[in-house]
Design a protein around this ligand. Structure first.
Ligand SMILES: [Zn+2]
Length: 118
């Protein structure tokens, strides 16, 4: 179980799945957010937050919605908007540092080649 929350605690999550790695992506939004994404099945995550607790930012190609706490500004997760969207990503930066130090962190070139570059 991995638990995380935004700084103010309005948005919390519990993730039952252990992602095989955490992803540090350099695409236009991820490099700005500085997120460490763990990609997991949507069924394995409970997001505990009021319906209006997050801002949902949907990018140009409308493939995913990035959720950010309306109060403290921390980005907690994104969800796929694809028809078959069974995956989501949790920002493991919201977890206690000690609980994520076991993970391998991979650098993903989302800006250009769409491959891992480490
Ligand atoms: Zn917050």
């Amino acid at each position: 179980m991995y638990k995380g929350q935004c700084h103010c605690g309005s948005v919390q999550f519990v993730c039952a799945e252990r992602p095989e790695k955490l992803v540090d992506c350099n695409c236009s939004i991820c490099r700005r957010l500085g997120a460490l994404w763990g990609h997991v099945s949507i069924d394995s995550v409970d997001v505990i937050a009021a319906d209006d607790a997050t801002i949902r930012y949907i990018q140009g190609d409308k493939t995913l919605a990035v959720n950010t706490c309306r109060n403290c500004g921390c980005t907690t997760h994104y969800e796929s908007l694809q028809q078959d969207g069974k995956m989501m990503a949790v920002n493991f930066r919201m977890c206690e540092p000690g609980s994520i130090k076991e993970f391998q962190i991979r650098k993903f070139d989302g800006a250009d080649s769409w491959t891992f570059i480490d």
